[in-house]
Write a protein that binds this ligand. Structure first.
Ligand SMILES: *[C@@H]1O[C@H](CO)[C@@H](O)[C@H](O)[C@H]1NC(C)=O
Ligand SMILES: *[C@@H]1O[C@H](CO)[C@@H](O)[C@H](O)[C@H]1NC(C)=O
Length: 291
């Protein structure tokens, strides 16, 4: 009997190593609002937007550093006026935030991906790009990699944006506040599509965004632990080394740098760094960022 259970647990152990990549929605997340606009069949989660409500979900835990990924299939057909967001955020007035916002469009016109980074409560770092595929046809993977050196936004493992730690230039970098992981869909027809000119056509509701492939490989921070202790717990030291602190992840590798250059050359629509009407003086981090 002992032997059998040993073999069995070895077998389960092997299985778990094999399956570590994706978790069930409810292992990591919970619906945070509009429960009746959320469907989950044990594999795929759907958020619905109609003229009564949008919907959203949030991670059960908060995290400091690591990688968070999710597969999303965006609203098909007419998605004009809708925004689907996937983001990490800390709490409080001086919060940090890393955003993916998917701006819907009329049937056949391209979705835009707007990214933003908030540091100590201040955002205004929007970038917008279109994608090299139709994000409403299939699931694609959207990820945030976060360590002490950089925040990288990835689409199917292709980097689309890097926010580099430039603390040595006196520019604050988000690294002390644990973040939750969130997603939601809502009506934003006052600004989202073609500058707010195209409104949501409610006769096409419900607008449905689908999710699967829930992955969080990050340093979990219990709410009961003080911020400074979490920062210590989640930093590599002589005793423990987190994979995201490996030197190879302190910046993009050559292949990834080329991918990012390709994305920016072919798909970038807007970059706050070059918006001189909004920022007559170029934001400091843009001067130092290589991209
Ligand atoms: C929402 O849309 C439905 C279907 O178009 C319509 O019957 C209903 O009156 C609308 N409700 C509100 C609150 O606008
Ligand atoms: C929607 O499509 C129009 C026309 O192709 C394009 O100019 C715009 O950038 C697209 N995206 C959004 C969110 O407006």
């Amino acid at each position: 009997m002992v032997k059998m259970s040993l073999i069995f647990s070895l077998f389960v152990g092997l299985l778990m190593v094999g399956l570590v990549s994706s978790a069930k929605f409810d292992d990591l997340y919970q619906t945070s609002w509009a429960f009746n606009h959320v469907q989950y069949d044990g594999d795929t989660l759907k958020l619905n937007l109609d003229n009564y409500s949008g919907a959203g979900f949030a991670s059960k835990s908060k995290y400091l550093f690591g990688k968070v990924s999710i597969q999303i299939k965006l609203v098909g057909g007419d998605s004009a006026g809708t925004v689907t967001a996937f983001y990490m955020s800390s709490d409080g007035p001086n919060h940090n935030e890393f955003d993916f916002e998917f701006l819907g469009n009329t049937t056949g016109e391209p979705y835009l991906v707007q990214t933003n980074v908030y540091v100590n409560g201040v955002g205004n770092r929007e970038q917008r790009l279109d994608l090299w595929f139709d994000p409403t046809k299939e699931f694609h993977t959207y990820s945030l990699l976060w360590n002490q050196r950089q925040v990288v936004f990835l689409v199917d493992e292709t980097p689309i944006r890097v926010h580099t730690n430039l603390e040595h230039k006196g520019i604050p970098f988000p690294k002390d506040q644990a973040m939750g992981v969130y997603s939601s869909i809502w009506n934003a027809d006052d600004w989202a599509t073609q500058g707010g000119r195209v409104k949501t056509d409610w006769s096409h509701a419900p607008f449905v965004a689908s999710y699967k492939g829930f992955e969080i490989d990050a340093c979990e921070c219990p709410a009961s632990v003080a911020g400074a202790d979490n920062a210590k717990k989640c930093s590599s030291s002589a005793e423990k080394r987190f994979w995201w602190d490996e030197p190879t992840l302190s910046e993009l590798n050559v292949h990834q740098s080329h991918q990012l250059m390709w994305v920016r050359a072919n798909h970038l629509i807007y970059d706050y760094c070059t918006d001189t009407s909004r920022f007559p003086a170029i934001p400091t981090e843009c001067v130092h960022h290589r991209h």
